[in-house]
Ligand binder design. Structure first.
Ligand code: DGT
Ligand code: CA
Ligand code: CA
Length: 581
């Protein structure tokens, strides 16, 4: 192995390493292996993903990993294997033993390894289709320890799981695309390379990945991709185009194009199809032709090397990829200048996060220090309220003591404001989980739906309206409760909720976690159109939780939000004024 390739391996992020151990524990649990081993792997995964230091860097330095709790000699060795080879030999073996269709079952909302183990080992079910047929035949409800309710819930969610299996989260998409783009750039012959398609548009999920490169040596670029540690197999190969399957199952197209066509190819393959239809029609109306090679007047290429040139040839300003969905980007372009969309660097505060007081992995001070290190100037600590007993939610007494701890932490850290917050459940009966006199003492109240998301629209709206009219509530957190690709949100009359929020001075959250991204792009734009301040928060449960901020900001950009539309881009002095309702 050349040194360059070795250093590429050390690029592995903690989340990617953690995912290996999470998969191991899932597969072992499905095999009904020793519960202690299952737990050891699961907790190793959690430790790795919630640690701020990079394990790849630690491995590179040859550091002793056994200083981390729950990581013994054997696990340390396995971490080294994963970081240095990108593989885990036992995981590869387990994948041979447990069919992929069985692992797919884990995607069903409410179904974990224990249930999957029963479906696989007792009923010999090996795919989502087989599981669905068994549920329809009532075979699941007949199993020991399962009921009609479990069976119904599986039937309600299984189609979504099947559908989602074909698409990957934007987080996984970006990690894979960036690793491969960086690797291609190491070739001297590759001059430009970037990801296009839905990943560049920062859609919440991607069907496949589209990578473009310019190179004097297409063969070398394709060989390089084929040899990448993330790549499983080559599916198709031509002179300038190669389709591969990654080990994660997602497929990727690489297209090698001429420098003179790079901009046109980027424009074409970034899409969306709907955006491109309008672009092509516009060209036609101007007596021009646009395709992946360039913009043409007759046989003359008049643009193509850069995207800016391509758009300019069509009398358009360059349109940020996140807006290219044929929604409002052409109206915005008609004004001549595109708005400057919000950027990660604009964010000055984070107003939704957890500590060890409920289900977080870090202390108040650790969270504050991590936030400060990332340049944040103010944060709200918003642990769970008591209804979320699974997450050790706080009652009034514990919450007040926790707020005392937050106030004490203020004395131990400078340069960042700490708000005494709470993520307060809006209960199924539409009352708040904590009494008004408690909420009145908070600096920041995030009201959320966690339970009873299936209630009829009328009751859901009653709950949201009560929360919005409560004078102590500042914001509705993850307003719909949807989980991307897993679970629909509650049945909300969005217009009615947003109007009430606008009238009552209640803000709306874009929850930045890539599993939530809630509000979504369309609803976030609707909220902004009503003048509702949007807050993009990470809902961090560990010091690494802040990493997801970029996904929330990207969702904001897809909603065409500018810095002015996002309340937590304000300085602390400005933001403080928004706290008085
Ligand atoms: P995905 O992969 O489903 O998440 O979504 P995209 O947008 O990445 O779609 P994909 O991979 O099928 O194609 C990438 C881009 O290539 C797409 O956004 C626009 C362009 N493209 C692909 N097929 C067509 C087509 O038939 N007509 C036009 N105008 N553009 C196309
Ligand atoms: Ca794609
Ligand atoms: Ca594609």
């Amino acid at each position: 192995m050349t040194p360059v390739e070795t250093s590429a391996e050390f690029d592995m992020k903690n989340d990617q390493i953690a995912a290996v151990f999470a998969q191991l524990s899932d597969l072992l649990e499905i095999q009904e292996a020793n519960p202690f081993r299952v737990r050891a792997y699961r907790s190793a995964g959690r430790t790795i993903s919630s640690t701020a230091e990079s394990f790849a860097a630690l491995v590179e330095e040859g550091a002793d990993l056994t200083r981390f709790s729950g990581i013994g000699k054997d696990l340390a060795k396995q971490i080294v294997e994963v970081v240095t080879t990108g593989q885990h030999s036992q995981l590869a073996e387990l994948k041979q033993q447990v069919p992929a269709g069985v692992v797919d079952m884990l995607r069903i909302q409410g179904v974990g390894p224990k249930k999957v183990a029963v479906f696989f080992n007792k009923l010999n079910l090996t795919s989502l289709d087989e599981l669905k047929a068994a549920a329809q035949a009532g075979e699941l409800a007949a199993l020991n320890g399962f009921g009609k309710k479990t069976e119904q819930s599986i039937l309600a969610n299984i189609d979504r799981a099947a559908e989602a299996g074909k698409r990957i989260s934007i987080a996984d998409a970006r990690a894979a695309a960036e690793a491969i783009v960086q690797d291609l750039l190491r070739l001297d012959t590759v001059t430009q390379t970037a990801v296009a398609g839905s990943c560049r548009r920062r859609r919440e999920t991607c069907g496949d990945l589209d990578v473009l490169a310019t190179s004097s040596d297409a063969t070398a670029a394709m060989d390089r991709l084929a040899a990448h540690p993330l790549v499983d197999s080559v599916l198709q190969r031509g002179d300038t185009k190669q389709r591969v399957r990654l080990k994660s199952g997602v497929e990727m197209d690489l297209r090698v194009v001429a420098d003179s066509s790079y901009g046109a190819a980027m424009q074409y393959f970034t899409g969306s199809k709907e955006h491109n239809v309008v672009v092509r029609q516009r060209a036609k109306d101007m007596g021009l032709k646009v395709n992946e090679y360039g913009v043409f007047r007759g046989d003359d290429q008049i643009a193509g090397a850069t995207e800016e040139d391509v758009y300019a040839a069509l009398d358009l300003p360059w349109i940020p990829p996140e807006l290219r969905e044929n929604r409002r980007e052409f109206d915005l372009a008609a004004t001549g200048v595109m708005p400057r969309l919000v950027e990660v660097g604009d964010i000055k505060g984070d107003l939704h996060m957890h500590t060890t007081a409920s289900d977080g992995a870090a202390s108040i001070l650790q969270m504050a220090e991590a936030a400060k290190a990332r340049g944040l100037k103010y944060i709200a600590i918003t642990d769970h309220s008591k209804r979320v007993s699974m997450a050790n939610g706080l009652d009034a007494t514990r919450l007040r003591a926790h707020w005392d701890d937050i106030r004490a932490a203020r004395e131990q850290i400078d340069g960042i404001q700490l708000l005494c917050g709470i993520e307060c459940d809006i209960l199924e009966d539409a009352t708040m989980d904590l009494a008004d006199d408690v909420l009145a003492e908070a600096d920041w109240v995030v009201a959320v739906l966690h339970y009873g998301l299936q209630q009829p629209r009328e009751q859901i709206m009653k709950r949201l309206m009560n929360a919005i009219q409560n004078p102590h509530v500042n914001i509705i957190g993850h307003p719909t409760g949807r989980l991307v690709g897993k679970r629909d949100g509650a049945d909300i009359n969005m217009t009615e909720m947003l109007q009430a929020a606008a009238e009552n001075g209640v803000m709306m959250e874009i929850n930045a976690h890539f599993k939530r991204l809630d509000l979504d792009d369309v609803n976030a734009a609707a909220a902004r159109d009503l003048g509702i301040p949007i807050v993009i928060s990470t809902d961090s449960h560990s010091v690494n939780g802040f990493d997801v901020l970029q996904y929330g900001v990207d969702q904001g950009r897809r909603a065409s939000l500018t810095k002015d539309d996002v309340a937590n881009t304000k300085t602390w002095a400005q933001f403080k004024k928004l706290l008085q309702r």
